[in-house]
Design a protein around this ligand. Structure first.
Ligand code: HEM
Ligand code: HEM
Length: 231
């Protein structure tokens, strides 16, 4: 348990501020939309009868994808801004302490705990070290990659010389050609889905098995500790 908690002798600490929580759930909503619509862009439904323009099904699917893409990207810029102006827990996502020996040791403990090899879960005010590591590599890097490749493809659709083409068009030749970007963007979806499956599983598992609140913390902001043993 952190020294901060020991000193305060508190059983509840305000951790995630409102903008961060709102961003989390807006991001959840947009990523789910992006995965469903992206899947259908990659594997379209069998053709509908009649002229495509008359039912416009793929048009609506792509429109939903691009709208959710904008929401994801603007939200992520807002989240980066919040890392500067929010509390210290708002920075954890972006700055894992890679050079701290203690942090790596605690990752080992968390791994054993997740594998049912440790009996006592540790207490953390912010993210536990393993969560922080996973969130950085899967989410921060994965999400950045999806936004960059997504807007590169979007620039192709908007046309040469459009703002998205000017800002992100260079990514396409860098990665080969358009189909390569499509394939990597598609693979990136499965990378993020892997994260989400593990993330939701451990959030529910920790809520039940660890000695602190998890899901309600991402709703109301407060981390509640379920006992007052010091560690
Ligand atoms: C698309 C789905 C999801 C994504 C991409 C996602 C992403 C994230 C990210 C990036 C964070 C770190 C927040 C930060 O430091 O700013 C986080 C935290 C958290 N998420 Fe999610 N999340 C998803 C779905 C969910 C769901 C469905 C739940 C609830 C069951 C959930 C529960 C939590 C909790 C409890 C935390 C805080 C964990 C802690 O305090 O260490 N997430 N999530
Ligand atoms: C979590 C984030 C995202 C996921 C999971 C996702 C998923 C996908 C998938 C699976 C495809 C189909 C690729 C293929 O097989 O050809 C796709 C296409 C595409 N995505 Fe995304 N995407 C994401 C973010 C974005 C963003 C931020 C944008 C920017 C607006 C974007 C724009 C596009 C475009 C333009 C296409 C190609 C549409 C077409 O060829 O008709 N995506 N996306």
């Amino acid at each position: 348990m952190s020294d901060e908690l020991k000193q305060r002798k508190q059983t509840a600490v305000y951790v995630y501020e409102a903008p961060l929580r709102l961003w989390h759930w807006v991001t959840v909503f947009s990523i789910v939309t992006l995965c469903v619509t992206g899947y259908f862009i990659g594997s379209p439904l069998p053709s509908q009868p009649g002229e495509a323009i008359d039912n416009y099904l793929m048009g609506y699917i792509r429109f939903a994808h691009f709208t959710a893409g904008y929401i994801l990207a603007i939200g992520f810029i807002g989240r980066i801004y919040w890392a500067f102006v929010g509390n210290s827990h708002a920075r954890e996502l972006f700055l894992p302490p890679f050079f701290s020996r203690k942090w790596w040791k605690e990752i080992g403990h968390e791994l054993r705990w997740y594998l049912f090899l440790e009996k006592t879960p540790r207490k953390y005010i912010g993210h536990n070290p393993l969560a922080q590591l996973a969130m950085f590599f899967f989410f921060v890097l994965g999400n950045t990659f999806m936004i960059l490749t997504g807007f590169a493809l979007y620039g192709e659709g908007l046309g040469a010389g459009s703002w998205a083409d000017q800002w992100f068009g260079w990514i396409i030749p860098m990665m080969g050609q358009s189909q390569d970007v499509h394939t990597w963007h598609h693979l990136g979806m499965w990378y993020l889905i892997t994260f989400v499956m593990i993330h939701v599983y451990v959030a529910i598992r920790e809520d039940i098995m660890s000695r602190q609140s998890l899901i309600s913390t991402m709703v109301g902001g407060w981390r509640m500790f379920k006992d007052d043993r010091p560690d």
